[in-house]
Design a protein around this ligand. Structure first.
Ligand code: HEM
Length: 486
């Protein structure tokens, strides 16, 4: 409480002090009623926000209806807010549409900071950790071998691999969550991804975000919002069926003998922790969080990696040589990562250039605070522009170039400067899962295949991407040429 009083007092002094260095945050001109809606409706929002940083500095404000947003564009400033002052900025903005999507705020990713949220995150974190220790590496290796077979079956044909990457990433999560995996053609998988994809893309659309900032619009018909409601109902139906099936079998174990996350989550219900009792709805929403958080992110990252490697085939050869020399023919283990610096450098460089959650998830100031010396009042929405931080010319030399060698000895860059998973209380819950997936999937793929452009095609994949909540590569075709002995 005294912290809040002090920061209010500081703000007051700042405002009226003639020698105040910078009492108000810079930012573009805000139009009456609309505020900066036009800036926010930009097609590639992460790069537009990065462009605005070159004009207004690494911290600036935008307005939308009656909401003030503060955009953070450098690693130092993002760390100050998310890590150093995590307890001031660990909230999530309340939003009308967010409540619809996340079961009245009971999800981990969109739920606001509270004892209930902490208990839910702790339970999911422990369940995930337990399942990772028991079975993660085996589960990923199995999916990597399955993906290898899918690529072999293409027999050198030019194909778009994005769906295969989605199936592989999704199967890791569904195996961990409820011991299930699907074939690409399975109707159940199509239904699940159909609605999760629709929710993510509809929710990022300006027609729907406008309902949060302009409540009057809720009184008018809004077809995209009606569709969102339908997809959320479909998602809940699918997850409920899975959870019920799981409870009926009550095995406690997934098919490969590992404890599935759902089992651990269900075991944690009904036991009060610091006055909080978690319910079925929490398990339901935690499952949704893992499925949404863990599928499109990893899959998008794999598509980006292949796209960048097509631009620099010599990097691909270097990683392949490193894998051959170090592993002498065997498949890699996660513990081999310290012996494979060229591969790890590619992973870091793709995470730097295309952090697949480029604007993280918006945070909310829980109390009055400050960032970079600016007063930040309670309820301000904070946008960590991870994409901007990863392109900051003060930190990264030649920031727009794909140069994995910057992470190798003498290259001058450190993977510790990356922020692709956010930080602090809201650090990506699946960071450990994602890191192992990125490493093993890439190692398996580059050991057995050479990715080349289809014959007669001169155009390299577009590297701009399509930015929504997840930053995806535009569709492209590639040939996965099997290496001798694959
Ligand atoms: C949140 C990145 C994979 C589950 C986040 C955030 C980022 C992120 C930036 C927001 C952090 C913030 O709000 O400050 C990534 C990247 C991934 C990845 C780059 C892969 C390349 C995964 C996986 C899972 C997952 C595999 C699940 C197994 C989550 C969840 C949250 C989250 C549940 C919400 C955390 C919270 O609000 O407390 N992720 N993620 N993510 N991620 Fe990931």
């Amino acid at each position: 409480h005294s912290k809040a009083v002090w920061s209010r007092l500081l703000h007051f002094v700042h405002q009226f002090s003639p020698c105040s260095p910078s009492p108000t945050l810079p930012g573009p001109l805000s139009l009456p009623l609309l505020g900066n809606l036009l800036e926010l409706a930009h097609e590639h929002l992460p790069s537009h926000l990065t462009f605005l940083a070159s004009r207004y500095g690494n911290i600036y404000r935008l307005k939308c209806g009656n909401t003030t947003m503060v955009v953070l564009n450098s690693g130092d400033i993002i760390r100050e807010a998310l890590v150093k002052k995590w307890s001031d900025f660990a909230g999530r903005p309340h939003s009308y549409t967010g409540d619809v999507v996340c079961g009245g705020g009971r999800s981990i990713s969109l739920g606001d900071y509270s004892e209930e949220w902490r208990a839910n995150r702790r339970l999911a974190h422990n369940a995930l950790q337990r399942s990772c220790q028991e079975s993660l590496e085996g589960v990923i290796q199995k999916q990597a071998l399955h993906l290898r077979q899918v690529l072999l079956d293409y027999n050198g044909r030019a194909v778009d691999l994005s769906e295969d990457f989605t199936v592989a990433a999704s199967n890791v999560i569904t195996t961990l969550a409820f011991g299930k995996q699907y074939e690409k053609s399975s109707a159940e998988l199509q239904r699940l991804h159909g609605c999760l994809n629709a929710i993510v893309s509809l929710w990022g659309s300006p027609w729907i975000s406008a309902l949060d900032s302009f409540p009057l619009l809720r009184k008018f018909p809004n077809p995209p919002f009606t569709r969102l409601l339908k997809e959320v109902a479909r998602r809940d139906d699918i997850i409920r069926t899975h959870l019920n099936e799981y409870k009926m079998q009550a095995p406690g174990k997934a098919s490969d003998g590992a404890i599935a996350i759902t089992g651990s989550l269900l075991q944690g219900l009904g036991k009060p922790q610091r006055g909080v009792v978690l319910t079925d709805t929490h398990v339901h929403m935690a499952t949704v969080d893992l499925l949404i958080g863990g599928t499109e992110t990893t899959a998008a990252w794999l598509s980006w990696t292949v796209a960048f490697l097509l631009h620099r085939p010599e990097v691909q050869s270097r990683v392949h040589d490193e894998l051959c020399t170090t592993l002498e023919g065997r498949y890699p283990q996660y513990s081999d990562r310290h012996k494979l610096p060229a591969l790890c450098a590619v992973i870091s460089e793709v995470l730097r250039l295309r952090p697949v959650a480029p604007l993280a998830v918006p945070h909310r100031a829980i109390r009055d605070s400050s960032i970079a010396g600016y007063f930040i009042p309670k309820n301000t929405v904070i946008i960590p522009n991870l994409f901007g931080a990863h392109h900051d010319p003060a930190v990264w030399r030649d920031p727009y170039a794909f140069k994995p060698e910057r992470f190798l000895e003498g290259g001058g860059a450190s993977a510790r400067a990356l922020m692709a998973f956010g930080g602090g209380a809201r650090l990506c819950l699946g960071e450990a899962v994602a890191k192992m997936e990125l490493f093993l999937f890439t190692a398996y793929l580059l050991r057995d295949f050479q990715f080349v452009l289809p014959e007669g095609q001169a155009n390299l994949p577009d590297l701009t991407g399509v930015a929504s909540v997840v930053l995806r590569a535009k569709a492209y075709k590639v040939v996965a040429r099997a290496r001798p002995g694959a």
